[in-house]
Write a protein that binds this ligand. Structure first.
Ligand code: ATP
Ligand code: MG
Length: 271
């Protein structure tokens, strides 16, 4: 672990419970602690319902009802550029604005950045091309498929070139080929932007392809079951990586651990 100056995020003893409409208490997250360094890419994996989206919503500042502490050390910095405040979130469900066309959606994401309209439009076009939507820039969200709408959200988040990027299964609705193309682009972009990334995924291969560390959560209430360092460096190739023995070994190792939790989760849900 790096010295404190390099720390982007510190989570200590995070607990989250919900009270359902039928007044049942659902413990979603239990005793979750994690330190994340600046420019680190963390993938979070775990069975359905283990609290991943709840965690992301808390980190995005959208849910402040929890116990434990969450600290963003760089926010205290007086240097605005290094403050780590600039962040973007891609949610699990579609979060496009239906009254704006695709390009306006992406440009809207840049509202708080101090860049002029032309530069914002250029950036929007660049990131729309990257996600394969350049021909749809004038379309409205209801004219797109679910996967296309999700790509608009990805473009909107990436176009802000954020220091902190929170992503909740952003590629889940895409076909396997598009997914690998975008994974490769994410690797390339993060090399440039040096973003700190919390990336939630169900896809073990995707976690290994993108992350510096994979955090595997237990069945609900989610806590950390294990953390694996992914020794591929940042300058990696999403296509070639998959053919290496190291990738295969890590995949098998993590799959065994994940399968235990998926099994546990299914037993719980069926009770
Ligand atoms: N608003 C809510 N009210 C009540 N319970 C909730 C609420 N939001 C989430 N939960 C419960 O909290 C638990 C964790 O939900 P969460 O959405 O964080 O899971 P997840 O790990 O993101 O699952 P998935 O992989 O399916 O997206 C689930 O059991 C869910 O039913
Ligand atoms: Mg979720």
């Amino acid at each position: 672990m790096q010295p404190d100056a390099m720390r982007a995020l510190s989570i200590q003893g995070l607990q989250k419970s919900f009270v359902t409409q039928r007044r049942q208490v659902v413990r979603a997250i239990s005793d979750f602690s994690l330190e994340v360094n600046v420019s680190e890419v963390i993938a979070v994996l775990g069975p359905s319902g283990c609290g991943k989206s709840s965690l992301l919503r808390i980190l995005a500042g959208l849910d402040s009802v929890y116990s434990g502490t969450i600290d963003w050390p760089l926010r205290k910095s007086s240097d605005a550029k290094a403050s780590g405040l600039q962040s973007a979130t891609v949610f699990q469900s579609d979060s496009t604005f239906p009254w704006m066309n695709v390009r306006q959606n992406v440009i809207f994401g840049m509202t708080s950045l101090k860049i002029d309209r032309d530069a914002a439009a250029q950036r929007a076009d660049y990131y729309l091309k990257l996600v394969g939507l350049e021909k749809f820039h004038l379309s409205y969200p209801h004219e797109l498929s679910g996967g296309m709408r999700q790509r608009v959200c990805i473009a909107r988040a990436l176009a802000t070139e954020p220091k902190l990027l929170l992503m909740d299964e952003p590629l889940a609705a895409l076909d396997a080929q598009t997914r690998v193309v975008i994974q490769q682009e994410l690797l390339r972009i993060w090399l440039q932007t040096k973003s700190t990334v919390i990336y939630i995924t169900h896809d073990l291969g995707e976690a290994l392809t993108l992350a510096d560390r994979v955090v595997l959560m237990t069945a609900r209430p989610g806590r950390i079951k294990t953390i694996r360092n992914i020794p591929f460096g940042r300058n990696r190739d999403a296509y070639e990586l998959r053919g290496t023995p190291e990738f295969g070994e890590l995949e098998v190792d993590l799959w065994r651990l994940l399968a235990e939790e998926v099994g546990q989760s299914l037993v719980m849900e069926s009770r």
